[in-house]
Structures are given as structure tokens and as C-alpha cells.
Design a protein around this ligand. Structure first.
Ligand code: GRF
Length: 197
């Protein structure tokens, strides 16, 4: 399963996939890591010897041009799946359509609760006692696609937004790796069946 992984920040979810790959826990090939800005995630990819590309929004006068450029950069690697692993940009419907059903996102809440860029803060402000992480298919609407996997994380009374997000991320990394392992098994499992028909 050829993966293009998109990142914007610290890239610990990306690192979890790389580590699982090295341990043989997941049968995927990270063919490239892309980002919308220079970030630690890109450095992690470079350190692992993975191809990288950068498509900064600020370089494009129109968001439409940024979307088309990002779409081309991803398509260039002919991925089976595109993983938004802490990729903090909203892409347009045309890009989603180009890779329809093949983009997955990880989000730090139990969707459909608390979509958007401040999921951990919003969950805390609401006062929930349990939150978590969701791996889901990307559709044109933000944080709205079919749910593939979820993990629950209890909120503790002494939590800050940072401490809660760190605990969510610990659970989220395992969730993402397990979801990719399941998806890659499906790809491999389907092949002999198709050959028989
Ligand atoms: C994750 O919690 C992800 O769901 C959210 O931002 C965080 C990214 O963490 N959108 P990292 O960059 O993988 O460390």
C-alpha cells in the first residue's frame, strides 16, 4: 500500500507509522511526506530517508492554485492512500474527489463531536469526561467522513489542553497505525480474490 503522508507540525503520528514500518508491524510503503510549511514532521521524514515535498499556501495568490499544486504533488507519487496525519489545512472538494475514498485523516476528538481546528479545547470547554481520537475517511465537508476507527481517552480533573492533547496523541498514534495495518491487509487480501474471478 503506497502512502503519501501529509503533515504540518511535530509529526509524531508520522513517526509512529515509520516506527511500525521498521518493526514490521504494518505493511505499507511511505512513498512521500508532504507539508504546507517547514516543520518537524518533514525533518522526521528526511531523517528516515523518505522523499518530501513542500507546498506552502503563502506561495500562491489564490487558494485554488494551492489546491491544484498540492493535488499534482500528491498524484505524482501515485498513492493508494493519502494520510492527513496532523495536516492542518482544509483542501477543496476537487482534491478530495481526485483521491476519492483514499484520503484518511486523524482527528483529536470522538467525531462527530468537536470537529475543527480546536477539538481538544472545545471538548474541555464543553466539560466532557471522555474524549478521544478518530481516524476517518476524508470527504468534502470538514471532519465529516465515514469513521474507520476510534479510541476513547478519559479527561482528568487536573488536565490542561496540552496534557489532554498529549494523552490523546499517545492513543491516536496506535489507532492510526492499527487502522493502516487493517487497510493494508484489506488491499493484500483482496488481490487473490480478484484473480480468481
Ligand atoms: C494530532 O492530534 C492530530 O489529530 C491533530 O494535530 C495533532 C498532530 O500531531 N490534527 P503530530 O504532528 O502528529 O505530532
Amino acid at each position: 500500500m503506497r502512502l503519501v503522508v501529509m503533515v504540518s507540525g511535530s509529526g509524531t503520528n508520522l513517526q509512529a507509522i515509520i516506527d511500525a514500518l521498521h518493526k514490521g508491524d504494518v505493511d505499507v510503503d511511505i512513498v512521500a511526506v508532504g507539508a504546507d510549511k517547514p516543520c518537524v514532521g518533514l525533518e522526521r521524514a528526511e531523517a528516515a530517508g523518505i522523499d518530501t515535498f513542500l507546498v506552502p499556501l503563502a506561495n500562491y495568490p489564490e487558494r485554488e492554485q494551492w489546491n491544484r499544486s498540492l493535488e499534482r504533488a500528491i498524484a505524482n507519487y501515485n498513492p493508494d492512500r493519502v494520510v492527513f496525519a496532523g495536516f492542518m489545512r482544509i483542501v477543496d472538494a476537487q482534491l478530495v474527489e481526485r483521491f476519492a475514498g483514499r484520503i484518511i485523516n486523524t482527528h483529536p476528538s470522538l467525531l462527530p463531536s468537536f470537529p475543527g481546528a480546536h477539538a481538544v479545547r472545545d471538548a474541555m470547554n464543553f466539560g466532557v469526561k471522555v474524549t478521544g481520537a478518530t481516524v476517518h475517511e476524508v470527504v468534502a465537508d470538514v471532519d465529516a467522513g465515514p469513521i474507520l476507527a476510534q479510541v476513547a481517552v478519559p479527561v482528568q480533573s487536573e488536565d490542561t489542553e496540552e496534557s489532554l492533547h498529549e494523552r490523546i496523541k499517545s492513543a491516536e498514534r496506535g489507532l492510526l497505525v492499527n487502522a493502516l495495518a487493517a487497510l493494508s491487509r484489506e488491499v493484500n487480501f483482496d488481490l487473490p480474490i480478484e484473480e480468481q474471478s
